[in-house]
Design a protein around this ligand. Sequence first.
Ligand SMILES: [Zn+2]
Length: 188
Amino acid sequence: MRLLLALSFILMGCAQEDSFVCKNSLRNSYGENMLWYEDHIGVYINDNMSQYQQAVDNAVEKWNQYSKVKLVITNNSNTHIHLYASSDWSNREPSEQAFTGHTYYGNMFVRTAIVINTYNYTWYHLNGNGVEIESVLLHEFGHALGLHHFGQGIMKPTLPFNTTRIEFTEDDIKAIECQNLFNGRTRR
Ligand SMILES: [Zn+2]
């Protein structure tokens, strides 16, 4: 069975002109490449995900090797990225293992939620049965940093059960290197 990792936008913003875009990056409804203006992006881990702290640490460390803007785990809940598990999946597709939702203004990310589906799926870290959490966290952090679905690596949209996918492909690295041209810009 192949499962779906979903992505959704929450808010619409205003238009700005930006002709160059990365082919594997998220765009707003005006076709503009989305980006974080800040250099450091806070990640708050809800208590209901604390058992997967090591998986989160690993995923953050892996992205920070390649990403210009750095993910920083923080105890401050009023920060950029909020990661939590949800056992209420009644308003979403049961085929979704997780989703990343962005709040944004124009082409600027403001807040991001990464939500793990604990209603339909059993989770494990590296050894076990169900859905492998580090693989999914890497994927969702990719969305959080501004990447779309593509290729056969981290950003592939489906992850089978009992599968670990934690190695970056060349395409994954090229995609974040392109997104690095946008992320961490000085605010205008
Ligand atoms: Zn996805």
